[in-house]
Design a protein around this ligand. Structure first.
Ligand SMILES: Nc1ncnc2c1ncn2[C@@H]1O[C@H](COP(=O)(O)OP(=O)(O)OP(=O)(O)O)[C@@H](O)[C@H]1O
Length: 254
């Protein structure tokens, strides 16, 4: 279902020479890439590659030691601006187990100053019809993912950030998520998906960034797949294993 109001144009994100160190550990080193507005970008990288750190910088939750992140045409947003313009689904965002689906959405809508009519719209968008009176603790993992997405979509965001959105989803949930991502981009949103699931990412994204502390690849999915002789997995492992002689990264080969 398309939202009642057409979304604004997808927002741009530009990382320029971003570095971040934790003590002796260089988590990000001179990271530069841009997200194309209205497109889906997959952020891929093994465990510890720096994906979450990069997302935190994008969201204004962490500051780079060097370089800059430009989000929606300016500095990373303040919390109130971000809530209005960016939809985020990250593991760290929890809901109180005793509230119902409907109540959670009411709380979120009110905090954003949105009319309650928006709640029915997002419930329809994420397919949570009939689950409104369920408490969060009684929801399956898939339903919680849908609720998290419903909250993220409430403000009709220009930018949608999804960190491991497929975790815990069954095949039906994965297919549903894929369609929602495609529709979000079709409606003009810029979407960034951080994921380990190469085969699923391959079906959803336009562009790919492969990260392992620094950017190993940034460009279109087709270009990366072509480099792998037609296989994303081969291209991906050639990049991350070529970048470092460290043990094989833990990446789901779904
Ligand atoms: N607050 C912190 N303090 C110290 N080290 C940190 C901190 N946050 C991240 N790191 C380290 O920085 C590196 C990058 O971590 P990050 O969580 O960004 O990677 P990731 O790509 O998201 O990994 P995963 O796929 O496992 O979630 C890791 O070595 C991690 O241990």
């Amino acid at each position: 279902m398309r939202p009642e109001h057409p979304p604004r144009a997808g927002g741009s994100v530009v990382f320029d020479g971003v570095s971040k160190r934790f003590g002796d550990h260089q988590a990000l080193d001179d990271v530069s890439f841009a997200l194309r507005p209205g497109k889906v970008t997959g952020l891929l990288g093994p465990n510890g590659a720096g994906k979450s750190t990069l997302l935190r910088i994008l969201l204004g939750l962490a500051r780079p030691d060097a370089g800059s992140a430009e989000v929606l045409g300016g500095e990373p947003l303040s919390a109130p601006e971000r809530a209005q313009r960016v939809g985020v689904v990250m593991d760290a965002i929890g809901f109180h187990p005793r509230v119902t689906v409907r109540r959670q959405l009411e709380i979120s809508a009110r905090s954003l100053g949105l009319p309650s009519s928006r709640i029915a719209e997002v419930i329809g968008q994420v397919g949570l019809d009939g689950a409104e009176r369920k408490r969060v603790k009684a929801c399956s993992t898939g339903m919680r993912q849908r609720l998290a997405l419903a909250v993220a979509l409430l403000p009709d965001p220009e930018l949608l950030i999804l960190d491991e959105p497929l975790n815990g989803l069954d095949p039906d949930g994965i297919r549903w998520m894929r369609r929602l991502v495609e529709r979000s981009a079709d409606e003009g949103r810029t979407v960034l998906i951080a994921s380990h699931m190469l085969s699923e990412v391959e079906q959803s994204v336009d562009d790919v960034v492969v990260l392992r502390r620094s950017v190993l690849f940034t460009g279109s999915l087709q270009e990366l797949v072509r480099r792998g002789g037609g296989r994303l997995e081969d291209a991906y492992f050639a990049l991350v294993e070529g970048a470092d002689a460290a043990p094989r990264p833990e990446v789901t080969r779904a």
